[in-house]
Design a protein around this ligand. Structure first.
Ligand code: F6R
Length: 608
């Protein structure tokens, strides 16, 4: 999703802006642009495509200036093009703005502005904002008012007319500051020594400062070289705390791996250790939850995509360990179906980014209806993490690859901790599970050590057109996640199914061209999975099976085998997903695709 960077200070702004944009590349984008201000003049450069295209154009430009804003755009309204790229200007070229979010009522506003004589040149909803501020800033139309000329007042008036979401940065040729505002899209201010930064997330500015302020909805801030002043949407000054963030530059580099996704797959043993750290002690689970969990009668999990898959696994494990019934909903469906939510419900929002618009909106709906809320979040300080009553941070470190990997396994780990925490109110936790949890990182390393063999399987199937992923019980969501990983980065159509459900329809698809990936640990329904495999084999399907090391039966049924260590049933998804992540990764890489930034996808989906 769009990325925003801004700088005002003593240094040349351009390199800082470009560097910041590169750190936000993982969010997904299709064009990029910058606007730097020097002696009341703008240098505005935009390009379609990668930031490298923008850099090429900038190569001989010699742009100077200590104030600037920059943007990577992920198209929503209007095709990816130079014209639609940000920053956008008002009619007179006095204001430049960058915007992340969606102006939902943009058609009505556009019509109004055009009637008043504004010339709107792009197809974007964002350009409207520049003209709307201009409308209140300069007396261009019949609606001009007495206090036109104050950018802050004009911006507040404009924002009050906008329906939808925005993180916004504005520069004005006639003032030496940057104005920023936020509603439902993230924005962070970085406080330096005689310099101030802004960005969509802290990874863009962490190389310069670790002191940040997270802007909240309906807040507007004026940034200068010497600091900031923050107001609410009514123009009243507010005081906000500076937070010291722990993120380091190393954490957001590739560290010798070919792609961030591969690095993040290999980081999983360490990431899971970080999720567990300090939370297991003397046979108990320690979580710092701010409400009385003994009052919870039902749990509702809301999430999207990969996080929804970990939620499905959460249902199995929470119900098993705590006996509390769990429902799992797509956040986007929950919010629009008039959900029944009670005061003794706990609503859990799972989100890597903590910024997903659908999850955030569903969470707000749950809060309105009186539920207690809990976040399982990776990005510290993100909007959802600030919105919930209590939270469990993953501590997985920044996840840059668009396809989520380490966040998934850490989410499952956090859900396991939560289910055991809920169990221990009623009865002591079985120590074997705590011991096994600690063993998981080593077992994952064993799977990672087989990456070359998995790559060989990827070679064989990289040109397949379809894939079926089958699993049962806890490994059904693993099948869904394996299929999602493959389709999002390799663009191969893939479906996940409960293995037994296959005979109710998808079996019609099976022939010698259909690879079928089975997740088949030796659990209580192992024999049933064997029967499902027979059904595929009888129809000529190519079976790739993820099996336990001691399994001897499946070798006779499946053509391709990946052996993984045994574990307790409830922990097995943590191990079984690893070969599926690697398979998807190698297939996409062998096809020469953009693994870390797949087409059409964004890391942080901050629009509905
Ligand atoms: C898939 C993927 C997406 C996200 C989804 C939710 O690899 O990354 O499906 O899981 O967009 O994102 P978060 O977890 O940030 O709310």
């Amino acid at each position: 999703m769009c990325g925003i960077v801004g700088y005002i200070g003593k240094e040349n702004a351009l390199p800082i802006l470009i560097n910041g944009l590169k750190k936000l590349e993982y969010r997904g984008y299709d064009s990029a642009g910058v606007c730097v201000m020097h002696k009341n003049n703008f240098s505005l450069v935009k390009e379609k495509g990668k930031i490298e295209n923008l850099e090429q154009t900038l190569l001989h430009s010699n742009i100077l200036g200590n104030v600037g804003i920059a943007h990577t755009r992920w198209a929503t309204h209007g095709e990816p093009s130079q014209l639609n790229a940000h920053p956008h200007l008002d009619c007179k070229g006095r204001l430049a703005i960058v915007h992340n979010g969606i102006v939902e009522n943009y058609s009505a506003l556009k019509e109004l502005l055009q009637k008043e004589g504004h010339i709107i040149i792009s197809q974007t909803d964002s350009e409207i904002i520049a003209h709307l501020i201009e409308k209140f800033y300069l007396p261009t139309g019949a609606l001009a008012e007495a206090n036109d000329g104050d950018m802050e007042i004009a911006t507040i008036k404009a924002l009050k007319l906008i329906e939808g979401a925005y993180a916004l940065a504005i520069i004005d040729k006639n003032t030496n500051n940057i104005l920023v505002a936020k509603k439902s899209s993230p924005l962070v201010i970085g406080v330096g020594d005689e310099e101030t930064f802004l960005a969509s997330d802290a990874s863009a500015i962490v190389a310069y400062t670790k002191k940040v302020i997270y802007l909240d909805d309906n807040e507007i801030a004026s940034l200068t070289q010497n600091g900031y002043s923050i107001k609410n949407i009514n123009g009243e000054l507010i005081d906000k705390k500076i937070i010291e963030i722990a993120m380091t530059v190393d954490q957001i580099e590739k560290g010798g791996f070919r792609h961030f996704m591969l690095k993040e797959i290999f980081q999983q043993p360490e990431a899971i250790e970080n999720t567990l750290r300090g939370r297991l002690a003397l046979g108990t689970v320690k979580l710092n939850l701010q409400f009385d969990v003994s009052l919870i009668k039902r749990i509702i999990i809301i999430a999207c995509g990969t996080s929804w898959h970990s939620g499905l696994i959460g249902k199995y494990i929470i119900e098993k360990f705590s006996g509390i019934p769990v429902e799992v909903d797509y956040a986007s469906e929950f919010r629009y179906r008039n959900p029944i939510v009670r005061q003794d419900d706990l609503v859990i929002a799972i989100s890597q980014s903590g910024e997903t618009a659908d999850t955030l909106a569903a969470l707000k709906e749950a809060k309105l209806r009186g539920a207690k809320t809990l976040g399982i979040i990776n990005v510290v300080g993100s909007t959802i993490s600030r919105e919930v009553d209590s939270g469990i941070y993953l501590h997985a470190g920044p996840e840059i690859g668009v396809a989520s990997t380490k966040a998934f396994t850490c989410q499952i780990t956090a859900l396991l901790l939560l289910s055991l925490y809920l169990q221990q109110i009623k009865k002591p936790i079985d120590n074997t599970i705590l011991v096994e949890l600690k063993n998981i990182p080593e077992k994952i390393k064993e799977v990672l050590a087989q990456s070359d063999e998995i790559k060989k399987i990827a070679e064989i199937f990289k040109d397949s057109k379809n894939f079926l992923y089958l699993g049962r019980n806890l490994n059904f969501p693993v099948a869904l996640e394996g299929a999602l990983k493959l389709k999002e980065i390799s663009y191969i159509h893939a479906e996940g199914y409960p293995a037994a459900e296959m005979k109710h329809g998808p079996i019609a698809l099976i022939d010698e061209h259909m690879p079928v990936v089975f997740i088949a640990p030796q659990d209580e329904i192992y024999n049933k999975i064997l029967s499902n495999m027979e059904e595929i084999k009888a129809r000529g399907g190519n079976i790739i099976a993820i099996i336990n090391k001691r399994d001897t039966k499946i070798e006779k049924l499946a053509k391709y085998i990946i052996k993984v260590p045994e574990s307790i049933n409830e922990l097995s998804p943590l191990i079984n997903i690893i070969p599926l992540q690697l398979l998807a990764y190698y297939i996409a890489d062998l096809k020469g695709l953009s693994v870390d930034k797949p087409r059409n996808l964004a890391k942080s989906v901050t629009v509905e």
